[in-house]
Ligand binder design. Structure first.
Ligand code: SF4
Length: 57
């Protein structure tokens, strides 16, 4: 399991420094989470201003 960033992402960058395992990187149109690195801690989801980050279903 990993958290995923939806198309709601406004590329603000707020989540980037919050990830303790540096799983987040800037993609072309939104930020991306590397599922192999993500530990599902939820730190990024808490700071996202548009609620674009959630656990993968
Ligand atoms: Fe990083 Fe935690 Fe967000 Fe996964 S849930 S991308 S480990 S901050």
């Amino acid at each position: 399991m990993a958290h995923v960033i939806s198309d709601e992402c406004i590329v603000c960058g707020t989540c980037l420094p919050e990830c303790p395992v540096e799983a987040i990187s800037e993609g072309e149109e939104k930020y991306m989470i590397d599922a192999d690195l993500c530990t599902d801690c939820g730190a990024c989801a808490e700071v996202c201003p548009v609620d674009a980050i959630a656990p993968e279903e």
